[in-house]
Design a protein around this ligand. Structure first.
Ligand SMILES: [Zn+2]
Length: 113
């Protein structure tokens, strides 16, 4: 399933429908889609359509890659300045890796475990 980012906003994704060239609009923050299956059936039942699931899967994979990249970077470069790391990745990613115990912070320096 092809997914494109929409220029309409950060939370909006366009997911190609089974009809080629036609895209459904998914708002990943609100977890809504404008496909008929969602609008007329799933929404009432509080369920998500395959388009919403596809976007959220993709985002999860993307962020998993970012986590791996951050750990690999620290492993390759040894002790790394935490400010530098946060600029390269993001504070959320680095914080979570520290929380998970994959990275250790000590006096502004970060290293892998
Ligand atoms: Zn949908």
């Amino acid at each position: 399933m092809r997914i494109r980012k929409s220029s309409a906003g950060n939370e909006i994704y366009l997911v190609e429908s089974s009809t080629r060239g036609k895209y459904w609009k998914v708002n990943i923050e609100k977890k809504t889609c404008n496909c008929p299956h969602y609008v007329f059936r799933l929404r009432q039942k509080g369920q998500l359509c395959k388009h919403i699931l596809a976007v959220s899967d993709m985002l999860m994979n993307d962020s998993r890659d970012e986590f791996e990249k951050a750990v690999d970077y620290v492993k390759a470069s040894g002790e790394t300045d935490s400010v530098e790391l946060i600029e390269m990745f993001s504070e959320g990613i680095i914080d979570e890796l520290i929380e998970r115990g994959e990275l250790i912070e000590n006096r502004g320096k970060i290293r892998a475990t």
